[in-house]
Each structure stands twice: as structure tokens, then as C-alpha cells.
Design a binder for this molecule. Structure first.
Ligand code: XMP
Length: 529
């Protein structure tokens, strides 16, 4: 159990997926461990988790809708402090005998909050302040024993509390950055009201994860499929720290990684960490497998199934391996819907269904990252001493460069694409660094989020020196995004685009034309296949 190193943890009851995640993030950012559970958890089960505090998230429903999510009233009798936001405030009010109604008009966006009298939750915040509202319904009568602690122009109960029962709630969203003192309120709740300590640090987390892994693995041997990506690299570094050379990493090099990546994996895990590393050079095998294949989904299917085939061939050569370590992360668990079907056990089962174990083969899974968000995984990587290039690696599709070559994949095309891609990445890494130096903000809105080259299946006429050429075209793709769900093409300065273009045609043989993709997602996708 992750929280045991300090014993303190906050459980977020989630009334609508994206709200719960954001709240858990804010709490973790304040160095208190937090996890999310479905809102319909029974009070008995919740009590058994021994939470230090409970937060009820917002949610899209109306409390009076027929299928509106409810909360077990016993949650308010556990003697644990509870804080509710938005829908969380409304459900707290109706469950405890208060009333929710429609206010005159909905309130969406910034609003001025005016405090009414004493409040423990709002204690360290100004009498008037900006908060973020997003609601149609609102509490119109508070439950007995509660007092109203703030209002806005349209919302009479913008915050309420009952310090005797340690229950607090706001109609606005303190977890959203636009609520100027939202973080302050969370700090007051966690440290002032609940008396918690900000002790959940990545260094402490590494120690407790290592202890957990050691206890779980014992004397057994563990195998791990290393891809060069962030998650599997962090798991490898963690498990290795815990059980040293009881871990063997299998790195299947399918020949479709970017320039320098196989070397980085060798350098970091083979030499720096000195992990037993099996580097399977499967480039030729994959070249044969992909010959003549044009359909992108067929490429993906072949690459994926061959990967596991090779992995299990290697696993069979090792004696006495009982455990398989995997880089599953928290959003994979949440988004797989595992929570709705009874928590972690069912997720592990579904992973088992995903991994094509050969007949008669079985490994127990260990997934040490299954409670962490992506950027926490990166922080763990930094604490473990992994290089920046690995920890801050851009998203890169599992099938690799194969889906950035439109049409048949050949060794020659892979070489052309790898060289062109290295130039795009070099120039745009430098561009992002310049932006960072100018703005001091690593996540500047103009920074490129993902950038690469793609190779379409066309040739065109050009002229080089006095010679007419008939060469390949390289596509440059660079997008701004935060989550890959939507993306916009990056408005790169002409001189940056110009330098990328002239370097590619000068340095990559056979390329005589470079084009820039100026399509957002939607309607396009980030990748070309
Ligand atoms: P699209 O192209 O759908 O991509 O806009 C969204 C994000 O997902 C990545 N991507 C993949 N990742 N296997 C992966 O592991 C895949 O087959 C795959 N296809 C796309 C893509 O790089 C982008 O970040």
C-alpha cells in the first residue's frame, strides 16, 4: 500500500471522471497522497481504507435527476473531515437535510465571492476574491448545524461549513487555477483543519515503492519488456533498485525506433544501471514481416503480435522467472473502467487478457506505477537518476516509425526517415529551449508538444546543381497540445522552418522537398497513419 510510508491519504469520491483526477492532482501537488474511488463506494468500505480526509468532487449531473449519483450517508458519520466541491456541496446538503434548487440563472466562469462571517476553510483568504463557478443548481437551504460562509451575486450559498462535524463545502471549484485562492483553501483544509503533513515526496515514494517491490518479489526473478519509453524505463529503474539482478530486461529492437534510441537504452540500462539486459536485434525479422504491407492497421497488428512472440521466446530461455513487471499507470486504470467493475483486481485480469500469454505460460504481474499520473512517473524517473532524454521523451507510438512511413516499410525508407526526423527533433528541441529561456515557462503555450518527420509514398521533380532530380518528400509535423486528444499545428517562425528544410535536403540523400503539415486535430490526427 502506497500511502503507508506516512499513513496519510486523501480519498476523492468521484462524481464525474475529470473532476476527481484534477482534485487528486492538486492534493498530490501539496505532497499529500490522494487516490480516487467511485462516488457510490459504501461507507463501510471507505472507512476500511482509513482515509485522513475525504473530498467529494464536482460532477455534471443535477442532484434531482433520476439517475443522479448519490453518496452513502454513512460517509458523513465516519468522523473523517469531508470537503465537497460543486456537486459535492449539493449532495452533502441534500443528504444531510438541506435543499438544492435552481437559482435565477446559471453561473459559468469567474465570479466574485464575498465572505459571510467566520470560516475555517476560507480563513486565510480575502473578504472578496475571484472564484470559478460552473453550475445551474445551487444550495438554497443549508442542513441544520451548518453556516453559510460566502455568497456571490447569483449564488446565496457559495460556501458552507459545519466545523463541529468537520464538514466543509464550496459551490465553486477550488481545484481550478482560475479560483485565485483555491490552493490556499486546499492547504487550509489539509494542513490546518485535518492536521496532515506535506510528507509525500517523490524521494519518500521511491523508498516505499522499493520496499513494496522487495517484499512482493522476495527471492523470485522478474522479467520486463523495455521499450525505451518513459513508463517501462521507470519501472526498470525501480525494480532494479529493489531487487538488483533478479530483474532481467528484454529490449526488442524492431528497427523502427528513432535515431540514437537503441544506443540510449544500451547505455542507460546496460552500462549506467548495469541491469541484466537482453538486446534482441530483431530488425531483419521485422523487415521480412512488414514486406509488402501497406495497411496501417495491419502494420500495427503484425508489429504488436511479433513483439510478444519475441518477448516470450526470450522469457522461455530464462530459468525460474515468475513475475512480469509492467508500466501500467493510473490513467490506464481509471480509463479502463476498472473502478466501475470492482477495482484493481479486474484491471489486472484485463491486462492478462491483453498480453497474449502462450499456452501454459503464466507470470504474476507487478505494476508499481499503477497509482501515478504521467508527470509523477517522470518525476520518479528523475529521482531514480534516468537521463532527461528518456524521462521527458515525447509520446512515440509503439509501432514506431512504421506508421510514419506511408505505404510499404523498407530498410532504406527507415534510414531516410530516421535521419530527417533527427534534424526535425534537433531544431525543435533547440526552438523549445529558446522559448523556455525567454519565458521561463517549460509549458509555454507556443512550445511544440510533439514533433517529428513523416515519409509519404510520393516522389517529385526537383533540381540540385544542374541536375534534375526525382526525389522523396519529407513531411514535418509539429503540434501544440496538452493531451493528444486535440492538437493545433505549431505556428513556427519561418526561419525555423527554413532551417529544417534546408538541412534535410542538404543532409539526407534522396530528399528534394520538405512540406509542413498545417492541419489541426480534428479533422486530421497527429500521426499520418
Ligand atoms: P493520433 O494520431 O491519433 O495520435 O492523433 C494521438 C497520440 O497517440 C500516439 N499514437 C500512438 N501511440 N500506438 C501508440 O502507442 C499507436 O499505434 C499510436 N498511434 C498514435 C500519437 O503519437 C499521439 O501522441
Amino acid at each position: 500500500m502506497l500511502q503507508e510510508h506516512s499513513g496519510q491519504h486523501v480519498v476523492v469520491l468521484d462524481f464525474g471522471a475529470q473532476y476527481g483526477q484534477l482534485i487528486a492532482r492538486r492534493v498530490r501537488d501539496l505532497h499529500v497522497y490522494s487516490e480516487i474511488v467511485p462516488c457510490d463506494i459504501e461507507a463501510k468500505e471507505l472507512g476500511a481504507m482509513r482515509p485522513s480526509a475525504i473530498i467529494l468532487s464536482g460532477g455534471p449531473a443535477s442532484v434531482y435527476a433520476q439517475d443522479a449519483p448519490r453518496v452513502d450517508p454513512g460517509v458523513f458519520e465516519l468522523g473523517v473531515p469531508v470537503l465537497g466541491f460543486c456537486y459535492g456541496q449539493q449532495i452533502m446538503a441534500t443528504t444531510l437535510g438541506g435543499e438544492v434548487g435552481h437559482v435565477d440563472k446559471g453561473e459559468y466562469g469567474p465570479a466574485t465571492l464575498v465572505r459571510d462571517g467566520a470560516s475555517m476553510l476560507l480563513a486565510d483568504t480575502p473578504a472578496e476574491q475571484t472564484v470559478w463557478m460552473s453550475h445551474r443548481d445551487a444550495v438554497v437551504r443549508v442542513p441544520e448545524g451548518f453556516q453559510v460562509t460566502a455568497h456571490t451575486g447569483t449564488c446565496p450559498v457559495a460556501a458552507m461549513e459545519c466545523p463541529r462535524l468537520r464538514l466543509y463545502a464550496t459551490q465553486f471549484h477550488p481545484e481550478v487555477r482560475h479560483t485565485a485562492y483555491g490552493n490556499k483553501m486546499l492547504e487550509t483544509f489539509l494542513f490546518g483543519i485535518c492536521g496532515l503533513e506535506p510528507s509525500w515526496t517523490m524521494e519518500g515514494v521511491v523508498d516505499s515503492l522499493v520496499a513494496d517491490i522487495r517484499a512482493r518479489v522476495g527471492e523470485r526473478r522478474v522479467i520486463l519488456a523495455l521499450s525505451g519509453g518513459v513508463d517501462s524505463s521507470v519501472v526498470a529503474a525501480l525494480v532494479h533498485r529493489a531487487v538488483d539482478d533478479q530483474l532481467t530486461c528484454v529490449f526488442v529492437n524492431h528497427g523502427m525506433l528513432r535515431k540514437g534510441e537503441p544506443e540510449l537504452v544500451e547505455e542507460v540500462f546496460g552500462r549506467q544501471f548495469d541491469v541484466p539486459l537482453v538486446h534482441v536485434r530483431a530488425e531483419q525479422r521485422y523487415a521480412k514481416l512488414l514486406a509488402g504491407v501497406i495497411d496501417p492497421e495491419e502494420k500495427r497488428r503484425r508489429i504488436g503480435s511479433e513483439f510478444w512472440k519475441i518477448f516470450f521466446e526470450e522469457a522461455a530461455k530464462l530459468d525460474g522467472v515468475e513475475l512480469l513487471a509492467q508500466g501500467t499507470i493510473y490513467p490506464d486504470i481509471i480509463e479502463s473502467g476498472a473502478r466501475k467493475t470492482g477495482g484493481k483486481a479486474s484491471t489486472i485480469k484485463s491486462h492478462h487478457n491483453l498480453i497474449p500469454f502462450p499456452e501454459g505460460v503464466h507470470f504474476d504481474l507487478i505494476e508499481p506505477l499503477d497509482h501515478f499520473f504521467k508527470d509523477e512517473v517522470r518525476e520518479l524517473g528523475v529521482v531514480l537518476g534516468l537521463p532527461e532524454a528518456m524521462v521527458y521523451r515525447q509520446p512515440f507510438p509503439g509501432p514506431g516509425l512504421a506508421i510514419r512511413i506511408i505505404g510499404e516499410v523498407t530498410t532504406h525508407k527507415l534510414d531516410v526517415l530516421r535521419d530527417a526526423d533527427a534534424i526535425v527533433r534537433e531544431e525543435l528541441d533547440a526552438y523549445n529551449l529558446r522559448l523556455f529561456e525567454q519565458t521561463g515557462d517549460r509549458n509555454s503555450e507556443h512550445a511544440c508538444w510533439q514533433y517529428f518527420a513523416a515519409l509519404p509514398d510520393i516522389r517529385s521533380v526537383g533540381v540540385m546543381g544542374d541536375e534534375r532530380t526525382y526525389g522523396r518528400t519529407v513531411i514535418v509535423r509539429a503540434v501544440e497540445s496538452t493531451d493528444a486528444m486535440t492538437a493545433d499545428w505549431a505556428k513556427l517562425p519561418y526561419d525555423v522552418l527554413g532551417r529544417i528544410s534546408s538541412r534535410i535536403v542538404a543532409e539526407v540523400a534522396g530528399v528534394n522537398r520538405v512540406v509542413y503539415d498545417v492541419t489541426p486535430k480534428p479533422p486530421a490526427t497527429i500521426e499520418w497513419e
